[in-house]
Design a protein around this ligand. Structure first.
Ligand SMILES: [Zn+2]
Length: 552
């Protein structure tokens, strides 16, 4: 038997950059990639030249600053992808535009195929300030059922949709709903309450293959903004299969770490049976698609968060909890016993306090758990006692400034200015030693540098600066958004920094984020993104390097 001589280490890429921030405190000038991994780094631009061979692409990136690709701790990639399959009527500014978008979709759709619209529209944004009519939708889509849902409680449909749902002139209204009529008694196509669901039940959602294709387009849009990994904040088991299909067909352009939803509508036994039936546990998968854990939703969002004090705009209400704390505790005990990590959505301070009770109870029953096993998602409102309890208990927190950025105006109305200033005080969490991971949660591709800008200025889209005393440094924001999420994902040895033997997930910027004026951060976008040593964003073909010219 002869032994093959050891392969000399030959790089696939040798990238020489202006600055390479490793996120471990070290700064380099060159980085070598081989296969999916980082092979070598050097503080000198020419320090790795000996490792370059004929097949190495030598990339002059002396005008770029490299960082680890961003790792989003909490974002809904599936929901964002699903949204691209809907007709974007939220962009319409008139009934004619609305109908035009539906007509365009109908032209492209197979005969009889349902046309589903986005739901985030309102007639007050249409010039005519009225709903589209059944007659208008019939003209736009004579042969395809149309379901135009508006929010959760109202929809407009065409005649084909009524026929497909078996609704005739004499069909009675369903419980808790109305099927609208014109004065002459004929149907007007407006559905309210339970009638929306009565029709929606006949409208098939996208197929697994369609979802997988949508994941490709949408994940590419995140990659183009510098994202390398997304912790997918909520999917069901069908959607997990769509992710697996996308993974198998090599369609994902970001790594995905899904959380599987355990719904509060389930009885305790059913929730535990669901977990039992998963047949896997946290960490199952590969570098591209690996299950993070379970997702529980304890309270609502800006308008349903469980608050210690009443709503500013509704003094009779302090929000709601979706779960009985005793039930959630037993479900968590069963889940961690089966090797599952749990992320629980808790936005309001009453939800955070309740969740701390639950998590403390769980640890009391099962003993200490590794960091990032019991996670608080959001904790938008919290007090000093709660923050201390979380740190002492070993419960980690994912933070998303973009929710304040996006919803600051709504928070001012619902929560008042004092509470809005105190939303997600990252500095206060860090001051007591919390281990945090940064993300977005805006359900659409969002520029990570706008998020960094928000964390360092407390700036928002339309509510000005909120709580500037809670600002953190650019370096800290970048760390929470790279290594922070790597720790959250239990992959700190594999992701999150530019270190040999870690995965080659890099992003290159034309300006140095640690040196530019803070206000220039918000608009800064990357020139290149690589995930696993492959370009996921390289519009200027910068990564082709010198290989071609070397005449290889
Ligand atoms: Zn979310």
């Amino acid at each position: 038997m002869t032994r093959e001589p050891a392969e000399p280490l030959r790089l696939d890429y040798l990238i020489k950059a202006r600055t390479i921030y490793s996120m471990t405190g070290k700064t380099y000038r060159s980085v070598g990639l081989r296969g999916a991994e980082i092979a070598a780094v050097s503080a000198e631009p020419d320090g790795l030249d000996d490792l370059a061979g004929h097949s190495t692409a030598v990339v002059d990136a002396s005008d770029l600053t490299l960082l680890p690709a961003f790792a989003d701790s909490h974002e809904h990639l599936m929901e964002a992808s699903r949204g691209t399959l809907l007709v974007p009527v939220d962009q319409a500014r008139s009934v004619a535009e609305f109908s035009g978008l539906v007509a365009e979709a109908a032209r492209d759709a197979a005969l009889g195929r349902w046309i589903l619209t986005s739901i985030g529209w309102h007639e007050s944004n249409l010039a005519e300030n009225r709903l589209p009519t059944l007659a208008e939708l019939d003209v736009a889509a004579p042969d395809n059922p149309v379901l135009a849902r508006r929010g959760g409680h109202l929809a407009v449909v065409n005649s084909a949709a009524l026929r497909a749902a078996g609704i005739g002139p004499d069909t009675p209204d369903p419980p808790g709903g109305t099927i609208g009529r014109l004065p002459d008694g004929s149907r007007d196509g407006v559905l309210e309450g339970g009638a929306v669901y009565q029709v929606a039940a006949f409208a098939p959602g996208p197929s697994r293959a369609e979802l997988a294709a949508a994941l490709e387009t949408t994940s590419a849009a995140y990659a183009a903004l510098g994202v390398g990994t997304i912790r997918e904040a909520m999917i069901n088991l069908d959607e997990l299969l769509a992710y697996q299909e996308a993974r198998d067909r090599d369609l994902l352009r970001v790594r995905v770490r899904p959380m599987i939803r355990v719904g509060s509508e389930l009885a305790e036994d059913a929730a535990i049976a669901l977990i039992d039936g998963l047949g896997a546990r946290s960490g199952f998968g590969d570098d591209w698609l690996r299950i993070w854990g379970l997702k529980i939703v304890l309270d609502g969002g800006v308008e349903g968060a469980a608050l210690e004090q009443p709503y500013a705009n509704d003094p009779g209400s302090s929000g709601h909890l979706n779960w009985d704390p005793a039930v959630i505790t037993r479900v968590c005990v069963e889940a961690v016993g089966r090797g599952w990590r749990i992320g629980t959505h808790a936005v309001g301070d009453r939800a955070v306090r309740t969740l701390l009770d639950v998590y403390e109870d769980v640890v009391g029953q099962v003993g200490p758990l590794p960091q990032w096993t019991l996670v608080i998602e959001h904790a938008m409102l919290s007090d000093a006692t709660q923050r201390d309890r979380a740190v002492r208990g070993g419960f980690n927190v994912t933070v998303q400034h973009p929710v304040l950025w996006n919803m600051g105006s709504e928070m001012l109305v619902a929560w008042g200015s004092e509470r809005t200033r105190q939303v997600t005080p990252i500095d206060q969490w860090l001051a007591v030693g919390a281990d945090l991971a940064a993300g977005t949660d805006v359900v659409r591709p969002f520029n990570p540098m706008t998020n960094v800008w928000g964390m360092v200025t407390r700036g928002t889209k339309s509510a000005g600066i909120q709580g500037p005393e809670h600002a953190i440094s650019v370096g800290t924001a970048l760390e929470l958004y790279t290594m922070g999420t790597a720790r959250l994902n239990h992959e700190q040895d594999r992701l999150g920094s530019i270190t040999p033997a870690k995965l080659a997930d890099l992003v290159g910027y034309p300006a140095d984020p640690l040196a530019v004026d803070r206000d220039d951060l918000a608009e800064l976008t990357p020139t290149v993104t690589l995930v696993g040593g492959r370009a996921t964003h390289d519009p200027d073909k910068r990564l082709a390097g010198d290989r071609a010219r070397a005449g290889e």
